[in-house]
Design a protein around this ligand. Structure first.
Ligand code: ADP
Ligand code: MG
Length: 242
């Protein structure tokens, strides 16, 4: 069975039908880029995969466990699905280390010493070990986003979801975050990235999924999808963004 199985998922916000039968399977170790116009349902799909939003029909199964927005399930899920957001969401009153240690202490019941060692290990992975006792405000946006990635990694997720994590960054800071993702991909991490970085999607991603009007409109190997989009909707999207 694939690591992530999304089967005929429908999601409504009131009367608004946002996901209209999404099917998607993602294997362990795959790097999948989700692209598509604003409003096509990309963020909603990630939020459903993480249990942050309920869906009304179909099933999402991650690591053999069905995702539901039931509170207990969400806590369980937090161990297998990590998520990084556009806006970092670090706690400003906690140091970098404390931000990372929070969930391992609360959820995994690690001691302060164990949690700090874990934080240091993950910070080393993103190249920021020396920032462990700084406050987020003292870091650049790119560094804060790398801390947010380290925080997600501290829970040893089976899959890491990233929702436009470079979109809020100044252009000169995008590269350092993409390099961290590239390293994670090389290490075998399963990554699902909603991204506007088309070069990254094409060159680092294994697969590209194009969402349109709440559906997976087209998907395939990254290079092939960009070289030969088969639907007019993807053709026009690619010519608009490349
Ligand atoms: P994308 O990430 O592809 O831009 P979203 O998943 O954010 O798209 O949004 C898909 C649709 O759902 C849009 O029409 C958006 O306005 C709507 N939507 C998103 N979040 C909410 C919400 N919390 N309440 C109501 N409608 C929402
Ligand atoms: Mg979005």
């Amino acid at each position: 069975m694939a690591l992530v199985n999304i089967d005929q998922v429908h999601k409504y916000y009131g009367d608004l039908h946002v996901l209209k039968g999404v099917d998607l399977k993602i294997n362990a170790g795959e790097v999948v880029s989700i692209i598509g116009r604003s409003g096509s349902g990309k963020s909603t799909l990630l939020r459903c995969m993480n249990g942050l939003e309920a869906y009304q029909e179909g099933a999402i199964i991650v690591d053999n466990k069905e995702v539901s927005s039931d509170e207990k399930q969400v806590r369980l899920l937090a161990r297998s699905v990590g998520m990084v957001f556009q806006s970092f969401n670090l706690f400003p009153h906690l140091t970098v280390g404390e931000n990372i240690m929070l969930a391992p202490k609360l959820v995994l019941k690690l001691s302060s010493k164990e949690a700090r060692e874990l934080a240091l290990d993950k910070l080393t992975k993103v190249g920021l070990a020396e920032k462990i006792d700084e406050y987020p405000d003292c870091l650049s946006g790119g560094q804060q986003q790398r801390v947010a990635i380290a925080r997600a990694l501290a829970m040893s997720p089976k899959v890491l979801l990233c929702d436009e994590i470079t979109s809020a960054l100044d252009p000169e800071l995008v590269g350092e975050v993409l390099r961290v993702l590239e390293q994670l991909a090389a290490d075998g991490m399963t990554l699902i990235l909603v991204t506007h970085e088309m070069n990254f999607a094409r060159d680092v991603g294994d697969r590209v999924v194009f969402m349109h009007q709440g559906k997976v409109w087209e998907s395939g190997p990254a290079k092939a999808v960009f070289a030969q989009p088969s639907t007019p909707e993807l053709q026009s999207f690619i010519s608009a963004v490349l």
